[in-house]
Design a binder for this molecule. Structure first.
Ligand SMILES: Cc1ncc(COP(=O)(O)O)c(C=O)c1O
Length: 508
């Protein structure tokens, strides 16, 4: 392309009324011309002075564009030889120069608009497809009756801000860099004290590894303690999020039924020991029962005999309304086979994304190193704030306040349900946690009820979705009450009841 041809071509396309700066427009047009070989490899570019003059724009603009193109490898500049189009041909690598050229010629004719990302030609991996097919994530994370979400509006943000400001006023440099494996020592100490006294967890600070939550803790434990193809027992039903983490890990999940005492493997299942066992002993998720002491002892003994690891997910045990929180399974373990995982997601706020693992002493160093190696953790300043929040007693006071509040909301929900349905209303869930399970008649389509509720702006989750085989699962609805203001509970339940009546007229 001769210089005057190039400047005519550019002049037709530069939009001087556009919000996009001339620099950016010229840069893109020249990129297009080079990619499409309108400006072929080896072609001399007009001097910046000439091109600027012909286009009637500042020379500096052209110089900057040439410099940028040179940095990106589209042109080369050498003193005395001016600017030359570089050879950007992909032929030798992809052997598809014809189609590339044809595509780019069309692109050259196209109006100047931000280039859309091409649709990826390759499909998802089998693992990726499996993850998405079973995804349980909901875009709505707030409102009546979103399960598992605490009342974040009650978080003592003034105290948090004070502590935050204190650390930011003169930030310690070691808090602004990557985390040492395992997380900030100050937080691990504060947590060890809390877990020992409140959860009967037996640990030293060195056994604690800070993570971004239970999802990451389980991911790390599974990666370090099992290989693809190994079997993991999960409770049936169980939390969809952890099930997804296991799904992509390549483990074979074996759903094990639960009864009133917790996970209840059959003799056949016991005859084929897994590598890992994942349980929620303090408050089975989502049904709410507590694992009995006999079952705990059976499980620990079985794991000891068969060299299995137990992952104890202690996601919301702080919230018991009629009795004191129960001791952890980890506290009964004398063989160093329990990996305890917990989170600040329910006790403080989910968006904080801080959780922790407590691992047996012999594994502590490996877990800390692996966490740094895999996730390159940071957020130390936030960890320092959290450590001080705990050490100053705000954490336990917040839990105490929230426990009273959630207990009251739970009762308000039960009252609203009783008013509407009387004895026909049956709930599972024990007197604990942030949600209860409303039982529906056998065979009722709980997903249809959840969909009808959503049309009325009420979020509930269908119980059947937590089972490995939803079509054969009991029917019910998970109702989270923790994040619903007191005065909204009864009206929201009425809306839900309308959805229920519309979907299951026989229930009323
Ligand atoms: C049983 C269970 N485990 C883990 C989690 C998630 O924990 P985190 O937010 O710390 O990843 C949840 C969230 O609802 C849960 O219900």
């Amino acid at each position: 392309m001769r210089s005057s041809v190039l400047s005519d071509w550019l002049a037709q396309r530069l939009d001087r009324g556009s919000e996009q700066p001339l620099y950016r427009q010229l840069h893109r047009l020249l990129q297009q011309a080079i990619l499409s070989r309108e400006l072929p490899a080896g072609a001399r570019m007009p001097s910046s002075r000439l091109l600027a003059g012909e286009l009637g724009i500042a020379r500096n603009t052209v110089t900057q564009v040439y410099e940028q193109l040179a940095l990106e490898g589209y042109v080369t500049s050498a003193t005395g030889r001016g600017t030359t189009v570089a050879d950007t041909s992909p032929d030798e690598i992809v052997g598809a120069s014809e189609s590339v050229t044809a595509t780019d010629r069309r692109a050259l004719a196209a109006p100047l608009a931000p280039t859309a990302m091409p649709t990826p030609r390759r499909a998802l991996s089998a693992r990726g497809a499996r993850l998405l097919a079973g995804a349980g994530f909901s875009k709505r994370q707030w409102g009546a009756f979103m399960p598992g979400v605490p009342d974040v509006s009650r978080f003592p943000s003034r105290i948090w801000t004070r502590l935050h400001n204190k650390y930011w006023r003169r930030p310690r440099l070691d808090l602004l860099t990557y985390a040492p494996g395992g997380g900030l020592a100050q937080l691990r100490h504060a947590l060890a004290d809390y877990l020992r006294t409140s959860r009967s967890v037996r640990c030293t600070p060195e056994q604690i590894v800070i993570t971004t939550g239970i999802h990451q803790s389980v991911d790390l434990a599974v990666r370090l303690l099992s290989d693809p193809g190994d079997v993991i027992w999960t409770e049936d039903p169980c939390y969809w999020g952890v099930r997804s983490v296991l799904h992509v890990s390549g483990l074979e999940s074996r759903p094990i039924a639960v009864d009133s005492e917790g996970i209840a493997p059959s003799p056949d299942e016991l005859a084929a020991p897994p590598k890992l066992i994942l349980v929620t002993p303090s408050h089975q998720y989502p049904l709410g029962m507590v694992m009995s002491l006999a079952r705990r002892r059976m499980l620990l003994e079985y794991a000891r005999q068969h060299q299995c690891w137990i992952i104890e997910d202690d996601y919301d045990s702080e919230f018991r309304y009629g009795s004191r929180p129960l001791a952890s399974l980890q506290g009964l373990d004398t063989a160093g086979q329990v990996i305890y995982v917990g989170s600040f997601g329910k006790t403080l706020f989910p968006g904080l994304r801080v959780g922790y693992l407590v691992v047996p002493e012999a594994l502590a160093e490996s877990f800390a190193t692996a966490s740094a190696e895999l996730y390159r953790e940071g957020q130390l300043l936030q960890q320092a704030v959290l450590a001080e929040f705990i050490a100053e007693g705000h954490f336990t006071s917040h839990i105490r306040r929230m426990r009273a509040l959630y207990g009251q909301r739970r009762q308000l929900l039960l009252d609203a349900a009783a008013r509407r349905y009387g004895d026909a209303f049956a709930a599972l869930g024990g007197d604990a946690g942030l949600h209860l399970v409303m039982q529906l008649p056998e065979g009722a389509d709980d997903r249809a009820v959840a969909a009808a509720a959503l049309e009325r702006d009420i979020v509930v989750r269908a119980l059947s979705g937590y089972y490995a085989a939803p079509s054969r699962a009991p029917s019910g609805l998970l109702l989270g009450y923790a994040c619903v203001p007191d005065e909204e509970i009864a009206p929201a339940f009425e809306m839900l009841a309308d959805a229920l009546d519309a979907t299951l007229p026989a229930f009323a």
